[in-house]
Write a protein that binds this ligand. Structure first.
Ligand SMILES: [Mn+2]
Length: 250
């Protein structure tokens, strides 16, 4: 029980049930293997390709990962969940059923004496005004309430359509966007630099980018991106001394 793990972007449910199930089992195997070492587990969003929780109903599927998280949580391992842009519609199920706190904004933590800023990473930094506008609508309580009144057959159908569209624009199909854009164009890196002008952090840890990144912003201050489990099976791990990006063999 001595390492802190950061992992993101499973996108379970996508692009089809067969590959999603294979991925879900792989993630559970990974969690099994690291269980003896986990001091804390940070899930940095987009665990599901689409998750909308109705007041009394949750989406079908994902029983393996939910069961695994329940098992870890029941062992007393602290787990944190940051919502992603694909699974922001959470309504207390994780808190009540799994005892996992859910965060909707980046949050500062002090871990093993180091300062961390942790989040999913969507909508931060310059540009992307189209998404920032849509995010406001998605997060609007009245819009959420109205969506909840749609029959799931309609609501989830619509959501899956938009989720597919969003995925097409955030990297699963547009391969070129996966490439490192350069120090001056990586918007999460720009965001980290802006934050650093006001507050110091040893580590900025985000997901969303679907590209594993370990970038030294200043001596001792790094931006880590956890990548994804579609192409990389990547995760970050901090043992109190070393922070490193690692890859689970598929
Ligand atoms: Mn994602």
């Amino acid at each position: 029980m001595s390492k802190i793990y950061f992992i993101s972007d499973f996108h379970l449910g996508a692009p089809d049930p067969v590959s999603s199930l294979e991925r879900e089992k792989r993630i559970c195997r990974f969690l099994d293997e690291i269980t003896p070492d986990i001091e804390q587990l940070f899930l940095l969003g987009d665990m599901f390709d689409f998750w909308y929780e109705y007041t009394d109903v949750v989406p079908k599927g994902y029983t393996r990962i939910l069961g695994k998280l329940a098992e870890l949580s029941d062992k007393g391992i602290p787990i944190h969940f940051f919502v992603g842009n694909h699974d922001m519609w959470m309504k207390g199920y994780f808190e009540k059923e799994l005892n996992i706190p859910v965060y909707h904004e980046p949050k500062a933590f002090e871990l093993k004496g180091k300062k961390f800023l942790i989040g999913h990473g969507d909508g931060l930094g310059p540009g992307d005004h189209g998404y920032k506008f849509i995010k406001k609508i998605f997060r609007n309580p009245i819009c959420q309430l109205l969506f909840g009144t749609l029959h799931p057959w309609v609501g989830i159908g619509l959501a899956n359509y938009f989720s597919r569209k969003s995925r097409e624009s955030t990297g699963q199909t547009k391969l070129s966007e996966k490439d490192w854009l350069g120090e001056d164009n990586e918007w999460l890196l720009i965001y980290c630099k802006e934050v650093l002008e006001k507050v110091y952090y040893d580590y900025f840890v985000f997901g969303h980018r679907h590209l594993p990144i370990d970038f030294e912003i200043l001596p001792h201050s790094r931006y880590i991106n956890t990548g994804d489990w579609i192409n990389y099976n990547s995760y970050a791990v901090f043992d109190g001394v070393t922070m490193s990006l690692q890859y689970y063999p598929s």
